[in-house]
Every structure is written in C-alpha cells, then in structure tokens.
Design a protein around this ligand. Structure first.
Ligand SMILES: [Zn+2]
Length: 84
C-alpha cells in the first residue's frame, strides 16, 4: 500500500476498504527533520497537525488519507521544516 501511494515516509496504520471509497489513516515514520542549510537533522518537534488528502484516485477508487504532519525547528539557522 505504501508503494502504491508513493509516500515512503507515511505508514498506513489502518485500512478500511469499502466498495466505493477508502479512508486510510496514516502516520509519519519520520522521527526527525532534515535541514538542507545546515546539512544536519533535527529532532525538535514543535507541532503536529492533522491533515487530510482527499480526492486521490487509487486503483479506480476514491481515497482519503488522514495523517499528522510534524514540524521541526532547526536550532542552527532558526528555520522551520515540515516533515511529512
Ligand atoms: Zn538549519
């Protein structure tokens, strides 16, 4: 399923399949973010947000993805990175 969705950083936690529509809860497998400026990773998570991706088509079905995004703060450059 992960390969089909082409989202390697998301792990499908459950899958309820119906004939017409699929609702797929996911969670990120990332535990740290990556800053391209400092070329190093940071594990300082500052926020989690619920996100939903709708209207994806997968194998002819309508698919909704639910997952939480994590935002990381890089202490080196002070920027915020969103890890999917
Ligand atoms: Zn940085």
């Amino acid at each position: 399923m992960e390969l089909l969705l082409n989202l390697p950083s998301l792990r499908v936690t459950d899958c309820s399949i119906s004939d017409k529509e699929e609702h797929i809860p996911c969670e990120s497998i990332l535990t740290s973010g990556y800053c391209p400026v400092g070329m190093k990773s940071t594990s300082k998570v500052i926020v989690c947000q619920e996100r939903t991706i709708r209207d994806m088509a997968l194998l002819g079905r309508k698919v909704s993805l639910y997952f939480k995004t994590r935002q990381f703060h890089c202490e080196d450059c002070g920027r915020y990175r969103i890890g999917l």
